[in-house]
Design a protein around this ligand. Structure first.
Ligand code: ADP
Length: 353
């Protein structure tokens, strides 16, 4: 390993996600393994500006692999958006003899990292840490798997009460721009309908589906809605719309909320974070920079930060079909069914209009 780097700084930035601690642990211990110094930087980019950092050793990161949140804390740092702020950050890195940086965060953090890298030609590697799983260049981000498990656990509990009282529950989950959580957790928890930002199917389709559901004899239902779904209505408005149009449904709303960010990281997230942490440090030591660690087809790869922040990872459209097949449609049609998913649903809603 051609190693010019003597000290690496690691920080967690933006929205926290389960697995960030496991990533920090992996970064620190990989530095120890390669005989490189490691500094933990507190409160994201704010810690760089405030010179709030400390040298870490293997013991500094004991007992954190199983903890949610981030021991380094995270912060949204306005100053880092200014040239002056980034200049101070750079001065503090130099003062501490840090010559490489690992940034664990989402696309905002990567944008900052990229600008900083360009301004000072400072080596930076990113690790994608966000529950939304919406970063291009990686199949999974840290915290996404844990968030999915949190959501299906919540929906399972909601289903118990839904079926006891013959209610329809509208469950809102995270996802302003991406429906990964809604679609996967919706399938995993057996939701009847799933509304995601990537699909603009309108409320009529939802009503149609719920009518069919009722006709088939189902007395309770779960509809999973991503925050940024395209109906243009919030979950409470969706609930009123359903109650106004389908009075036989008793509708309740449940917003899963901030608990999706927290919790003990799943085994998947811990292993992924550990792998990404090792890979990030070794990539820096091999003189890579301005890249994000991604996982594609089980293999870790470097992906340009510039590309990572440009686009969102795409939803797996086959999952929409799976959701259709396994929801109420299968109770109503024998094969061949008109359920071939999105296309037929789009036609159905077009005909209705
Ligand atoms: P996330 O990384 O989860 O997307 P944010 O969008 O809040 O979270 O970004 C985290 C931090 O990254 C911001 O508080 C800011 O310090 C830094 N950052 C984001 N965008 C920029 C930018 N355009 N220029 C410089 N720094 C930025």
């Amino acid at each position: 390993m051609t190693n010019k780097i003597k000290n690496i700084g690691v920080l967690t930035s933006g929205g926290d996600s389960p697995g960030m601690n496991a990533a920090v642990r992996a970064v620190v211990r990989t530095c120890v393994f390669h005989n490189v110094g490691c500094y933990g930087i507190y409160q994201g980019y704010q810690g760089l500006i405030d010179n709030n950092m400390e040298s870490m050793n293997a013991r500094s990161v004991k007992d954190i692999i199983n903890k949610g949140g981030t021991i380094l804390k995270s912060a949204r740092c306005l100053e880092f958006r200014t040239t002056e702020g980034r200049k101070t950050a750079h001065e503090n890195l130099i003062k501490n003899n840090i010559d490489g940086l690992v940034v664990v965060g989402g696309d905002g953090s990567f944008t900052g990292a990229m600008i900083f890298q360009k301004e000072f030609n400072f080596p930076v590697i990113g690790i994608p840490g966000t529950i939304d799983n919406d970063i291009q260049g990686t199949r999974f981000t840290l915290g996404y798997d844990t968030a999915l498990n949190t959501v299906i656990d919540a929906i399972d509990k909601i289903r118990d009460t839904a079926s006891s009282h013959n209610r329809l529950f509208i469950v809102e989950v995270m996802g302003r721009d991406a429906g990964h959580i809604a679609l996967n957790a919706g399938i995993g928890a057996g939701a009847e309908e799933i509304l995601i930002p990537e699909e603009n199917m309108g409320l009529d389709r939802l009503l149609e589906s719920l009518k069919r559901s009722e006709k088939s004899g189902k007395s309770s239902s779960i509809v999973v809605v991503a925050e940024g779904d395209k109906t243009g209505e919030n979950v409470f408005e969706i609930a009123s719309y359903i109650e106004n149009n389908l009075p036989y449904y008793e509708v309740r709303v449940s917003v899963v909320g901030h608990m999706q960010w927290g919790g003990t990281p799943s085994c998947f997230d811990r292993v992924l974070a550990s792998r990404m942490g090792v890979f990030a440090v070794e990539s820096l030591l091999e003189n890579n920079s301005n890249k994000m660690v991604g996982i594609i087809d089980e293999t870790l790869k470097l992906f340009p930060l510039e590309e990572a922040i440009k686009g969102k990872s795409q939803i797996n459209e086959n999952l929409i079909r799976v959701s259709d097949i396994l929801s109420i449609y299968c109770l109503l049609y024998t094969s061949p069914s008109p359920r071939d998913s999105r296309a037929s649903r789009m036609q159905a809603s077009a005909v209705k209009k």
